[in-house]
Design a protein around this ligand. Structure first.
Ligand SMILES: [Cu+2]
Length: 118
């Protein structure tokens, strides 16, 4: 009777040890991913920007922007094209905006732009 109980106990502890290990590994990698990308994917495409210059004639806008997660670009000041020149009528230098930039015909282009109300 005694040897049989020992075998049972051993078998049970092994059975419990395996999933516990697997769970620990999964939890660890999940935490790592969270610290690298705290934002949900849906918010990653809208980026913060500060309007530095508006060039209606050229259809261009100079933005000091935060990280563009969809483009893999860190924050910087740079010139973008705009998809629709009419977008430039809504903004002026000093405005804070939220925008989406995409690669269109080889040029970085602002395809969506929202003014952040103070
Ligand atoms: Cu940039």
């Amino acid at each position: 009777m005694k040897p049989m109980l020992t075998t049972l106990a051993l078998g049970m502890s092994l059975a419990f040890a395996m999933p516990a290990l697997a769970e620990g590994q999964h939890g660890g990698s999940h935490d790592g991913a969270m610290s690298q990308a705290p934002m949900p994917a849906m918010n990653a495409t809208l980026s913060d920007g500060l309007v530095k210059k508006v060039d209606k004639g050229q259809g261009k806008i100079t933005l000091k922007h935060g990280p563009l997660e969809n483009m893999g670009m860190p924050g910087m000041t740079m010139v973008f094209r705009v998809k629709d020149a009419g977008m430039l009528d809504q903004v002026k230098p000093g405005d804070n905006i939220r925008f989406i930039a995409e690669q269109l015909n080889g040029a970085l282009t602002v395809t969506k732009l929202d003014i952040v109300k103070p």
